[in-house]
Design a protein around this ligand. Structure first.
Ligand code: NIG
Ligand code: FE
Length: 383
């Protein structure tokens, strides 16, 4: 296996506290040795040994590739008009999900594959090297199964979200739809998926329905996660903590008991600031969660309705500016935090034995991710 020595790294973010005693594990004037697809060594340039090939990065910063732990990339069409109406004063209710369901059901497989490929490539250009992809715009047994099969072509982190909303044809029989999701739809979905998710929110699924679906998923070997507390306070965050889920996502409207529950469990709170940006909603209290001791991840929630961004750098900048996270906390949450939210110990950290997933920035420091918002700072991605 051939080795590659990366030198000329003005600042290396490892997320390994062994280097400087902080969570970000910074090394200045650094080098990295890769062997094939694995990190073999990281440290100071002066301590580096030689390798088969040497690449000088010319004083740029290197960070772990972003881990985007929440996206909905299997869809057709867009909802630009809905966004425009929101910016003119309409509020976001989630009702537009049905518009995307109709477009997705009507789309041939090749179009869905091409759309996911386009968005995954867009993410990669912005430094994302691991992405989770959900279904949830099919909402029939066949359309959910094919959505998951499409997602699986691009990632191992595939999530079954049959419980996104109750589709129109079940409007008079939501209990029947929950039975379908927890029964035949789950049977068809489970072979393609690693995770199961429910939109636990007023207007979508209540806590009892969410519990039923998550427990059925668990019996099929799927790990649970939840969309919760996005549009208002509700039972979702506490249900996620009670069930010991890996992550609960959105967390926009939390009360003190929700924060205490998150702080007292290992459940990661995944914040999705692209949603608040795109729906003109109040941002979650990232600072308050961190101060309470909650583990926070950041993700894009890339979808055509509530957050049509594929940019983790934008999410980092929003977390810093709007959620009072420090640049260091935001970058950690977008990399190591995302890895924790997916239960992954091979990504999100640059240390010997981890995957060689890294992004080279056209900047001397990771600080520029928030300091220079909107600027395409990712110069290169290795993964
Ligand atoms: O995560 N909250 C539910 N689902 C998506 C939005 C989907 C849509 O509007 O199409 C979300 O925000
Ligand atoms: Fe989502």
């Amino acid at each position: 296996m051939s080795s590659l020595l990366l030198t000329g790294i003005a600042e290396l973010v490892t997320n390994d506290p062994v280097h400087d005693g902080t969570p970000l594990g910074l090394v200045h004037d650094a080098a990295v040795v890769l062997e094939g697809r694995t990190v073999a060594w990281v440290g100071r340039r002066v301590d580096a040994s030689s390798a088969d090939e040497v690449r000088d990065l010319g004083g740029r910063a290197v960070i772990p590739g972003f881990v985007d732990s929440h996206s909905h990339l299997v869809f057709a069409g867009d909802r630009a008009a809905e966004f425009s109406a929101r910016m003119a004063g309409e509020s976001y209710t989630g009702g537009g999900i049905r518009t995307t369901v109709a477009a997705t059901r009507a789309a041939p497989d090749e179009l869905l594959v091409a759309n996911v490929a386009r968005h995954v490539a867009e993410m990669r250009r912005q430094g994302t090297t691991t992405v989770e992809i959900k279904s949830g715009y099919g909402l029939t047994v066949a359309d959910e199964a094919r959505s998951l099969a499409v997602a699986r072509q691009f990632t191992e982190e595939v999530t079954f979200l049959g419980a996104h909303v109750v589709p129109d044809e079940y409007a008079d029989d939501p209990a029947g739809y929950v039975e379908l999701v927890a029964g035949p739809m789950l049977d068809a979905a489970a072979p393609h998926a690693r995770w199961i998710d429910v939109f636990c929110e007023r207007g979508a699924f209540d806590a009892d329905q969410a519990r039923t679906i998550l427990e059925a998923g668990r019996a099929h070997g799927l790990h649970g996660r939840l969309h919760a507390n996005q549009l208002g306070e509700g039972p979702g965050v506490q249900l996620a903590c009670e069930l010991g889920l890996r992550a609960v996502d959105h967390c926009t409207f939390l009360d003190d008991e929700d924060v205490a529950a998150l702080a007292g469990t290992g459940t990661v709170a995944t914040l999705l600031p692209g949603v608040e940006f795109s729906t003109r909603s109040p941002y979650p209290d990232g600072r308050g969660l961190l101060d309470a001791g909650v583990t926070v991840a950041l993700a894009t929630d890339c979808n055509p309705g509530s957050s049509y961004t594929s940019s983790m750098p934008l999410c980092v900048a929003l977390a810093v500016r709007e959620m009072r996270m420090t640049p260091a906390e935001a970058l950690w949450s977008a990399t190591a935090g995302g890895a924790l939210a997916l239960g992954r110990d091979d990504v999100g950290v640059l240390a010997p034995g981890r995957r060689a997933h890294l992004a080279v920035l056209e900047a001397p420091s990771y600080l520029h991710l928030a300091y220079r918002p909107g600027v395409p700072l990712v110069a290169d991605v290795l993964a």
